[in-house]
Design a protein around this ligand. Structure first.
Ligand SMILES: Cc1cc2nc3c(=O)[nH]c(=O)nc-3n(C[C@H](O)[C@H](O)[C@H](O)COP(=O)(O)OP(=O)(O)OC[C@H]3O[C@@H](n4cnc5c(N)ncnc54)[C@H](O)[C@@H]3O)c2cc1C
Length: 407
């Protein structure tokens, strides 16, 4: 019987996997490169089977408490006047009210709290080397030296180190969608629009503003192009954003001043990961590490949770043999995930149109969503998860068995 599992990455997929493997009686070690859970970042829309799984993990009250019910998408012009928009009630109608917007870091924290008592946890730790044989995987950790596990799972996101070590460099699997994304939060910004997603767009660049609790505001920048070399340090990233938005209007000068002061900046390429297979011997990948769908799918967190749940369930079902478990995991999810990736690629051009015509057409479509029934018809297909979430039998109440926990 497989007993010990190393999970790399305490984002969304990692803690979810730890929780369900714990429910199946496995010993898990969760490592995270960052010194503590990542805070800040951006907000995510959360629904579908991710929401269903959160319910099974008894997290819904906390998620809804941490979340927001965005009521309107409002596109503004250079002067801040409304150019297009629609009420987002349609999302709540289509999901039966099971739809919430919340900071990714909050979802990550809530998932982590579910697993922190039952898993060994090591922050500030990453994998330096992996060497697998018939009996297990020898792992060199950056802290704590060599360890041996029955299985190693990479839940370490788009730039996964486990993927790089076990499958090869990211360039083999990354499909860039041609955009760069940045996000940061600021305190005390004015104006505020409660429960409204305010969006400003010019050809090839968009900006989103969301008012959060505690007088905080989230800003999201998405612009066309992924410069080579891609800026790695904070100041170079800020400089690129300033350059790309230098002549933009609306509130942009004020936003760029906030950017200057921002200490925490999320900045990355908008990319997907397409892999021919998600496992290699005793090593497998979940979430963005395996199949990043990108922000344009609006469902990467839910998919990260679904993949973690299915992988844990299949490992539990297969017992000693990990290969059938990995094969079943992939078989169950591959087509479903591919559908989400393809939908995101179709949506890419509409998110930050590159021409004035494209922008005008996008605004036309957004306004048309206000016509009763049209939004339901247009997005109903993509918003529904066409996958029956498998039922597995778990041995124990997850998250109950106490393990040693280290910081
Ligand atoms: C701007 C933006 C908007 C988005 N909007 C939505 C949305 O509306 N809805 C939605 O569902 N999804 C959305 N997503 C996608 C979603 O955030 C991701 O798909 C999701 O976070 C993936 O979870 P994950 O656990 O696989 O990876 P991550 O959340 O990226 O977590 C990976 C973890 O691994 C850690 N790590 C990295 N490298 C190492 C290493 N070498 N060793 C150890 N640990 C490591 C990281 O620090 C991190 O904690 C959005 C993404 C972006 C960028």
């Amino acid at each position: 019987m497989t007993k010990t599992v190393l999970i790399s990455g305490a984002g969304i997929a990692g803690p979810t996997l730890g929780y369900w493997l714990g429910a199946a009686g496995f010993e898990t070690t969760l490592i995270e490169k960052a010194p503590s859970l990542r805070s800040g970042g951006y907000v995510i829309d959360f629904w579908g089977h991710g929401y269903d799984l959160a319910e099974r993990m008894e997290l819904l009250p906390a998620i809804n408490h941490a979340g927001y019910r965005i009521k309107e998408l409002c596109v503004v012009d250079d002067g801040g006047d409304k150019a297009a928009g629609f009420g987002t009630n349609v999302f709540h109608e289509l999901t039966g009210g099971r739809y919430v917007t919340l900071p990714r870091s909050e979802l990550s924290r809530l998932l982590y709290e579910k697993v922190a008592q039952s898993s060994e946890v090591l922050f500030g730790t990453e994998i330096l080397g992996l060497d697998q044989d018939q009996g297990g995987v020898s792992v060199q950790l950056s802290r704590g030296g060599p360890r041996r596990f029955d299985l190693v799972i990479g839940a370490d996101g788009l730039h996964s180190r486990v993927r790089e070590l076990a499958f090869g460099p990211i360039r083999q699997f990354e499909r860039q969608l041609g955009y760069t994304v940045a996000a940061f939060e600021a305190a005390g910004y004015r104006p505020r629009n409660e429960d409204v997603y305010v969006m400003y767009g010019q050809p090839g660049r968009m900006l989103g503003r969301v008012s959060l609790r505690d007088d905080r505001t989230l800003f999201l920048f998405v612009f066309a192009g992924t410069p080579e070399p891609f800026p790695q340090n904070r100041e170079a990233q800020k400089a690129l954003i300033r350059q790309r938005y230098a002549d933009a209007k609306w509130e942009v000068p004020a936003l760029l001043s906030e950017l200057d002061r921002a200490e925490d900046l999320y900045f990355d390429r908008v990319s997907q990961i397409w892999m021919p297979n998600w496992s290699q011997g005793r090593i497998a990948l979940v979430g963005d590490a395996a199949f990043c769908v990108s922000l344009l799918a609006g469902q990467g967190s839910a998919l990260a949770m679904i993949s973690a749940y299915v992988l844990a369930g299949e490992i539990a079902k297969a017992g000693e043999a990990h290969q059938p478990a990995f094969a079943a995991y992939e078989h169950l999810l591959r087509d479903f995930v591919r559908g989400k990736q393809e939908a995101a690629r179709r949506f890419a051009g509409a998110f930050a149109p590159r021409t004035r015509w494209g922008l005008a057409f996008r605004n036309f479509v957004i306004n048309a969503f206000a016509i009763p029934g049209l939004a339901r018809w247009a997005i109903g297909h993509d918003i529904t998860d066409r996958l029956a979430l498998p039922q597995y039998s778990w041995r124990q109440t997850a998250g109950k068995a106490k393990r040693s926990s280290a910081q």
